[in-house]
Ligand binder design. Structure first.
Ligand code: PMP
Length: 354
């Protein structure tokens, strides 16, 4: 605390990201990174960029990347906004679109960055409890609000929401913005991008960190009606005229262009997830249905904290959330490659003593 701080700084509770351990050789299944690494074409594009262009400033409009994203989704360039990871895109979204007289609504169990943004930008919000099956219950959102945001699939549960539910929400909620955070959508949910031309109140955010395996590059984007995108551009232009750097733009474009690699690695993650679900169920774990590159699971006889600590002793790290109490017995386990998943299963058997 300091008298030099602005009053708002005293009220902030910063986001605590998953651990990035300094020790090598850990089986790192705690932050939903992709085990396969980016396409070789991305590496080649980054090398070419390093050789040719680092002397020059980046394009302040990221025009080539926006055109590539628009082309990929069948949209117009002015329906696309890009930033340094979807976290930064979301920061602009909260500031530009979600501060109103009525409270913003989001699930009580969801991406824990949302309340942090609300604190930072002075946005009032209300959390809506997940139902008994840990699902987002759309009927609970059909009331006056200053905007709605949730991930699909939700995090950390991994449960996907059908597009029909999202459409129902969009129709019932035409006077405020609905933001669908599709960080994990490529692993098993229907994308709402297909609806953006139909619903002017829909904004969808994506990241290159997960299904494109570029968490270290920091690229994310939003697509929606051009008036929503215009609001984001106004906020961005107020303090930063370079949305992303030259590496990020070149790497993301190369990733979009390698569809075969994307499909192959995405399918591999999904297949490994199904295997891991079966293996854990055989050990009596309850595993929530996942459409993501992670699963959320609990054991009837062991506390979550105990399991996470036991795994850690065997050099396996997964994510454990102490709060809220309702999820304190769950572990969030990122899907690794086959070798990592096998080592994870060995470690968990040893913790359970089976
Ligand atoms: N949304 C959700 C639901 C996430 O889990 C994450 C990853 N922590 C993000 C957005 C942000 O990802 P990034 O900033 O790497 O694009």
């Amino acid at each position: 605390m300091s008298k030099f701080w602005s009053p708002i700084v005293h009220t902030l509770t910063p986001y605590v990201p998953g651990e990035q351990p300094k020790i090598q050789n850990l089986i790192k299944l705690n932050t939903n990174e992709n085990p396969y690494g980016p396409s070789p074409k991305v590496i080649a594009a980054l090398q070419a960029e390093a050789a040719d262009s680092l002397r020059l400033y980046p394009d302040p409009d990221s025009s080539r990347l926006k055109a590539a994203i628009a082309g990929y989704h069948g949209l117009q360039v002015d329906q696309v906004f890009v930033g340094n990871g979807s976290d930064e895109v979301l920061a602009h979204v909260f500031q530009a679109l979600l501060k109103h007289d009525k409270p913003l609504l989001f699930p009580d169990i969801t991406y824990s960055f949302y309340p942090v943004y609300c604190g930072l930008y002075g946005i009032q919000y209300e959390t809506v409890p997940l139902n008994a099956q840990f699902e987002i219950a759309i009927d609970d959102y059909l009331r006056p609000n200053g905007g709605i945001i949730f991930p699909n699939p939700n995090a950390p549960t991994g449960i996907p929401l059908p597009l029909a539910d999202i459409e129902r929400l969009l129709r019932a909620n035409a006077d405020s913005v609905v933001v669908i955070d599709e960080a994990y959508v490529d692993f098993g949910a229907a994308s709402a991008v297909a609806l953006v031309n139909q619903y002017p109140n829909l904004l969808v955010t994506h990241t290159y960190s997960k299904s494109r395996s570029l968490a270290g590059l920091r690229v994310g984007y939003a697509v929606g009606n051009r008036t929503l995108i215009e609001a984001l551009i106004r906020v961005k232009d107020s303090f930063n005229s370079y949305p992303i750097d030259r590496f990020a733009e070149a790497g993301a474009i190369a990733a979009i262009q390698d569809e075969a690699y994307f499909q192959q690695t995405r399918r591999q993650v999904i297949a490994s997830r199904e295997q891991l679900v079966n293996d854990l169920q055989a050990l009596r774990f309850e595993v929530l249905p996942s459409g993501a590159n992670f699963i959320f699971a609990r054991h009837p006889s062991y506390a979550g904290e105990q399991l996470a600590a036991g795994l850690r002793e065997q050099a396996v790290i997964v994510r454990h959330f102490r709060k809220p109490a309702r999820i304190a017995d769950f572990l969030r386990i990122t899907i690794g490659n086959e070798g990592q998943n096998q080592l994870f299963m060995q470690a968990i058997r040893s913790v359970l003593g089976v």
